[in-house]
Design a binder for this molecule. Structure first.
Ligand code: GAP
Length: 460
C-alpha cells in the first residue's frame, strides 16, 4: 500500500478531544443528538461522513473475521427478544453498576468504581452510599404495561449467537471449530463522564462467538487476542498506542475463565481505555460455554453438536472477541488526527486525518484545476462518474485547488485526482498523496489506467 507514509515532521497529535469533536461536527461525522432541543445525554447522531466511516470499519471487520476465513458465518438477530434469554445469561441478575449520587449542590451521578473519591468530583459535596442498578433498558411489549410484558433492549449482541448456535451449525453444516459473527446495536443505561462517543447509551458492537472443542479454548483464546490486535495495527493504529490488560481473576465476569482487553491510549480520562474485550466464555462444566450451558438449563433444549467420531454430544467451549464499532471508529479518528504546521511564519497549519484508505469515507476526490473551465469540468466529471461506479468518491470544484486539497485532508481522503489543461492533451491526471502532499510521486497516470491504479492502491 503506497499511501499513509508518516509525514517527515513530528506529528502534532490530538491533545484535546474537543478539537476532534469540533471537526466531527464541522465536517459531518458526528452531531450531538437532537441538538435543537439541547441534545440528549450520551447520545449522538452519525452524519454523512460518519456513516461512511462506520460502514468501512464494519466492512473491514467482516473482511477479516468472516470473508477471509473458512470457519465463520454471519448472523443478524433481533434486538428485542424473549426476556428469558437475559434471565438465562445472567444479565437480569448481574448486569449491574454501582451508582453514587452527589448530595451537595450539583446532584451529579457517578459510577462508584470509576471515581476515586469520597466527595463529589464536581462540587465537593458529600456522596451517597453506592447502590447497584441494572444497566439494561427495559421496555414493554404489547398494549399493557404489566410485569409480564417487560422486555429488554439487548445489552450485547452475543446472546443472539448463543441462542442461534444450533440453527447456524445445522444450516451451514458446521463442525468445531466454527464461529458466528454479528454486528449491530446494543443498549446500556450508562452513567458516563461524557467522553464524546466513547461510551454512549446506544452503540454498535462487532462480536464473534468462536466455538471450539472443549480443552482447546485456552489456545484459541491466545490466537484471537493476537489476531484482533493485529487487525487494529494493520488498519493503521500505532502499536505504541495499544496495550493488553488482563482482568484479575477475582474481577472476571460471571461467564469468563479469562479476559484480556485490548486498550488504547485515549486523550482523556486516565488515558488507557478498553477498545475491545476478548473473553474465554468457557466457564461451563468441563470447559464448555457458560452461555450454551445456561440456555440449555433454562430452555430444556440441547445446546450441543453431535460428534460422529466420538458418537456423543459435545457442548463446545467458546472464545469471544467483542469489539465496539463506534468506539473503534472514534479510535481511528483519534489515532489518525494531526495538526501539521506547514509554515510557522504564516501560522499555516493543516489538519489531516491519516486514515487507512480502507477506513477513509472517500477513497479519492476528483477536482478540475479551474472550476470555470468547462472542458476541465467535463473531463473531471467523466473521471468521477467512472470511479464512483466502484468506490465512494468525492467531487469538488468549489474553491481554489489548495483549499480543496486541505478540505480533503481534513476528512482523510487519501488521493486527490486533478484534471488540468495538460489532461486535455495527454489524457493523464495528477494524483496528490494526502500524507506527503506530494503531487509527483505517482507520476501522471493515464485516465484509462486510473481504475487499475486505484485498485492496486486500495488493496490491503
Ligand atoms: N459480549 C461482551 C461484551 O459486550 P463488553 O466489554 O461489555 O463485552 C464489548 O463490550 C465492546 O463494546 C467494548 O470493548 C467497547 O468497545 C464496546 N462498548 C461497550 N459498551 C459501550 C458503550 N456504552 N458505548 C460504546 N461502546 C461500548
Amino acid at each position: 500500500m503506497a499511501t499513509t507514509a508518516e509525514p517527515a515532521q513530528a506529528r502534532r497529535e490530538l491533545d484535546d478531544l474537543q478539537k476532534l469533536v469540533a471537526l466531527c461536527k464541522r465536517r459531518g461525522f458526528v452531531f450531538p443528538s437532537a441538538e435543537i432541543y439541547g441534545g440528549f445525554a450520551n447520545t449522538y447522531d452519525y452524519g454523512p461522513l460518519g456513516v461512511l466511516l462506520k460502514n468501512n470499519v464494519r466492512d473491514a471487520w467482516i473482511r477479516a473475521v468472516v470473508q477471509r476465513r473458512d470457519d465463520v458465518d454471519l448472523l443478524d438477530a433481533a434486538i428485542i427478544t424473549n426476556p428469558r434469554v437475559w434471565e438465562a445469561s445472567g444479565h437480569v441478575e448481574q448486569f449491574n453498576d454501582p451508582l453514587v449520587e452527589c448530595r451537595g449542590e450539583c446532584k451529579s451521578r457517578f459510577r462508584a468504581d470509576q471515581i476515586d473519591a469520597t466527595k463529589c468530583p464536581n462540587c465537593g459535596g458529600p456522596l451517597s452510599e453506592p447502590r447497584m442498578f441494572n444497566t439494561m433498558f427495559q421496555t414493554y411489549v404489547g398494549p399493557t404495561h404489566e410485569e409480564h410484558d417487560i422486555a429488554y433492549l439487548r445489552p450485547e449482541t452475543a446472546q443472539g449467537m448463543f441462542v442461534n448456535f444450533a440453527n447456524v451449525a445445522s444450516t451451514m453444516r458446521r463442525r468445531l471449530p466454527f464461529g458466528i459473527a454479528q454486528i449491530g446495536k446494543s443498549f446500556r443505561n450508562e452513567i458516563t463522564p461524557g467522553n464524546f462517543v466513547f461510551r454512549t447509551l446506544e452503540f454498535e458492537q462487532m462480536e464473534l462467538e468462536f466455538f471450539v472443542e472443549p480443552g482447546t479454548d485456552e489456545e484459541w483464546f491466545e490466537r484471537w487476542v493476537d489476531e484482533r490486535e493485529r487487525w487494529y495495527v494493520n488498519l493503521g493504529i500505532r502499536r505504541e498506542n495499544l496495550r493488553r490488560y488482563e482482568h484479575p481473576k477475582d474481577k472476571l465476569s460471571h461467564y469468563s475463565k479469562r479476559t484480556i482487553d485490548i486498550e488504547y491510549r485515549f486523550p482523556f480520562g486516565e488515558g488507557w481505555g478498553e477498545l475491545e474485550g476478548i473473553a474465554n466464555r468457557s466457564k461451563g462444566p468441563e470447559d464448555s460455554s457458560f452461555d450454551l450451558w445456561q440456555h440449555e438449563q433454562h430452555s430444556g433444549q440441547r445446546m450441543t453438536l453431535f460428534d460422529e467420531e466420538k458418537k456423543q454430544h459435545i457442548r463446545p467451549g467458546v472464545v469471544e472477541p467483542a469489539a465496539g464499532l463506534t468506539r473503534a471508529a472514534l479510535t481511528f479518528l483519534i489515532d489518525s488526527f494531526e495538526e501539521e504546521m506547514l509554515d510557522p511564519a504564516k501560522n499555516d497549519m493543516r489538519t489531516v486525518l491519516h486514515l487507512h484508505p480502507a477506513i477513509s469515507p472517500y477513497k479519492a476526490c476528483v477536482l478540475p484545476q479551474y472550476r470555470n473551465k468547462p472542458d476541465l469540468v467535463r473531463v473531471a466529471r467523466q473521471v468521477y462518474e467512472d470511479l464512483r461506479r466502484r468506490w465512494m468518491i468525492a467531487y469538488d470544484s468549489g474553491s481554489n485547488i489548495g483549499k480543496l486539497y486541505r478540505r480533503q485532508d481534513e476528512i482523510g481522503t487519501p488521493f486527490c485526482i486533478t484534471v488540468d489543461f495538460q489532461t486535455l492533451e495527454d489524457n493523464k491526471v495528477t494524483i496528490r498523496d494526502r500524507d506527503s502532499m506530494d503531487q509527483s510521486r505517482f507520476g501522471r497516470v493515464p485516465i484509462v489506467e486510473l481504475r487499475a491504479w486505484m485498485e492496486s492502491q486500495l488493496d490491503y
